[in-house]
Design a protein around this ligand. Structure first.
Ligand code: GDP
Ligand code: MN
Length: 379
């Protein structure tokens, strides 16, 4: 789960980290009111979208008056930026930047350690700097769960021979970021830029925080925000114990397993069909689960045909076919549904579905055949 910049910053402010004062807004009027309350001459208006590179794409505007904040808000709100619709913006007091540093805490899945990462070539060009200069990025691996003493980090920073940065303050910020990342089950906590201001103090101007969804049970506050961020359909899927992924097209897709799902989506694409959604049943197929899953994927009005691609190992396919029948009792059956069921109890399942109107049972192992059948039916 990606935590929005405003929430991430308020969580970090709770650790005493220096975050610029600011607030999120949904309208230009609210943005102007926030700027008026912040006071001063200079503001930054930022598109709150889960993407990096907003600065280069025009999603971060430095404004010299409250009027300019209104204009920036009008320009950003409702716009499509880096593949996301801008629905909220962040209005902050602008900070006088003397220098930009990169600071990150990264769960390194290759080493099972937590990497503290610092670069003094921070700012928007960090990726290029890292590629052209191997000395540009400094990395310190820490055993998860270890206490990270400030003096240790200070010693590490000394090796970088950085000049003109208050090493004590930077070490303190890094240690606090490390602690926050551990508390929040962060996969990634990235501050870019961590600005050195004109007076030498530090400020966290940007924050990318991605947390491990598996830790949500330990984060009641974030779990509630996560739940609210889901669409009603995604919430119902969660209650069923599956995940529902909305997509751009008009074909409903259910598979037993994510790999089979990816394969099915690719084969659909080869046939010129695009999925409207994708639902993975996982390994616990029951009649109720398949019924709920089929109701969900058939619900969007643009869905003009669907495919169910299941493999029964431990899963009993009679449960699946009963679920399909039960769902079709409540949904109009005017759109084609191709069912490819294999494995445990396949014959019984086929027999049950064979004579159902608009249901087409495919009895071979190749998903290509099922997809071709569907392509033919929806044409
Ligand atoms: P990103 O491009 O999506 O990573 O968005 P950032 O929040 O990092 O903003 C991009 C750039 O905008 C930063 O590298 C800064 O140079 C600039 N910026 C962000 N906040 C401020 C600020 O408070 N004052 C000034 N002068 N520039 C800022
Ligand atoms: Mn940034």
């Amino acid at each position: 789960m990606i935590i929005s910049e405003d929430l991430a910053k308020s969580l970090l402010a709770g650790y005493g980290l220096p975050v610029p004062p600011g607030e999120a807004a949904l309208t230009p009027e609210a943005a102007a009111a926030i700027a008026g309350k912040l006071g001063g001459q200079a503001f930054v208006v930022k598109a709150l979208i889960p993407a990096g590179g907003r600065g280069k794409a025009g999603g971060v505007r430095v404004c010299a008056s409250v009027g300019a904040v209104t204009e920036a808000a009008e320009a950003l709100l409702g716009r499509d930026l880096l593949g996301h619709r801008v629905e909220r913006i962040l209005v902050e007091k602008a900070m006088p930047i003397a220098r930009e540093i990169y600071a990150g805490v990264v769960a390194n899945t290759a080493t099972d350690r937590v990497d503290l990462v610092v670069s003094f070539a921070g700012g928007m060009e960090i990726e290029q700097a890292a590629q052209s200069d191997s000395q540009a990025v400094w990395q310190l691996g820490v055993e998860p769960g270890d206490v990270l003493p400030v003096h240790w980090v200070r010693g590490w920073l000394r090796q970088t021979k950085v000049q003109g940065v208050n090493a004590d303050a930077l070490a303190q910020v890094l240690v606090t970021l490390y602690r926050a990342a551990a508390d929040l089950d962060a996969m990634l906590l990235e501050i870019n830029p961590l600005a050195v201001l004109a007076d030498g103090t530090l400020a966290l101007l940007d924050c990318k925080l991605e947390i491990d969804d598996n830790g949500l049970a330990r984060q009641p506050q974030l779990a509630e925000i996560y739940r609210q961020s889901l669409t009603p359909r995604e919430q119902r899927a969660r209650e069923l114990g599956v995940s529902y992924v909305p997509l751009e097209g008009d074909i409903g897709v259910i598979t037993s397993g994510a790999g089979l799902g990816m394969c099915t989506l690719d084969l659909l694409k080869q046939r010129g069909l695009v999925a409207a959604n994708f639902l993975d049943t996982g390994g616990g197929i029951s009649e109720a689960l398949v019924k709920g899953a089929l109701e969900l994927i058939l619900e969007p009005p643009q869905v003009r045909g669907s495919i169910i691609n299941l493999y029964g190992g431990i899963n009993r396919m009679l449960e699946a076919s009963r679920g399909i029948l039960a769902a079709l009792q409540t949904i109009p059956r005017n759109r084609p549904l191709v069912v490819k069921i294999l494995g445990n109890q396949q014959e019984e399942a086929w027999a049950m579905l064979e004579s159902v109107p608009n249901v087409h049972v495919v009895r071979v192992v190749q998903t290509e055949v099922a997809v071709s059948k569907l392509a033919e039916l929806v044409r």
